[in-house]
Design a protein around this ligand. Sequence first.
Ligand SMILES: NC(=O)c1ccc[n+]([C@@H]2O[C@H](COP(=O)([O-])OP(=O)(O)OC[C@H]3O[C@@H](n4cnc5c(N)ncnc54)[C@H](OP(=O)(O)O)[C@@H]3O)[C@@H](O)[C@H]2O)c1
Length: 228
Amino acid sequence: MTGRVVLVAGGTSGVGSSVVDRCLESGDRVFVTGTNQARLAARLATGDGTLLAGELADLADQRACERTAQHVLELYGQVDAVVIAAGVGASGDLATGDPGKWRDMTVTNVLGPPLLVRATLPAVRDAGGQFIFIGSVFGRKPAPGSLYAATKGALTALAESLRQQLVGTGVRTCIIQPGRIDTPWWPQGAPPPALSAAEVANAVQWVIERPSTVDVNEIVLRPTGQQF
Ligand SMILES: NC(=O)c1ccc[n+]([C@@H]2O[C@H](COP(=O)([O-])OP(=O)(O)OC[C@H]3O[C@@H](n4cnc5c(N)ncnc54)[C@H](OP(=O)(O)O)[C@@H]3O)[C@@H](O)[C@H]2O)c1
């Protein structure tokens, strides 16, 4: 056991689920959230009930974030790292996309992370812990007509804004900005080249394992050969 407690928002699939695997292999205690009951149940079934727990919680719901923060503390007594992997996309561009899907994407990707930060900040501050966001290369350089890129750009700004706010508290912040990743995000499989979820999770684990005096703030991770 490392003694660490890691909360993974959006830990039921893809990158978040691989982060859960890595943390469990390291001996961390893990709390996982998602919105899909079947996926959550499948994820929790891989644990023995002592190192892995979780609940349904919509990242974009303030009350749900507050409940999660309270439940992690009740269960494990501390929160050392909050990994926010939850995110959604929407197909189409600014001319062809479905505005009905834009609201859900925007509240999940832009409003959700600060809600969970706010809810967990007292515990993370007590632990001298860290926040790790899964952004995107599109959060550095937008793609044509992409509202998704705009949401990830907002997340990039949030991570830096949070870093500045937390100077002097001992809390560290990092945004990992991957290129394409082969996860259930791509129902037909990601077109190559693509990272594996495990490769992105390795970066998350590396950040978690840096000494408390080292604040890694940004990592860009592309599969070799990706253009953008
Ligand atoms: N795949 C890529 O090519 C790629 C590239 C760059 C960056 N990213 C980013 O990487 C992150 C992880 O994506 P992924 O590829 O692993 O996708 P994924 O397999 O679809 O996983 C997304 C995760 O987010 C959770 N989630 C979605 N909406 C949520 C909400 N409102 N509240 C709580 N949890 C929510 C999902 O759980 P439920 O289904 O249970 O809600 C699931 O666990 C995302 O932020 C994405 O933007 C992905």
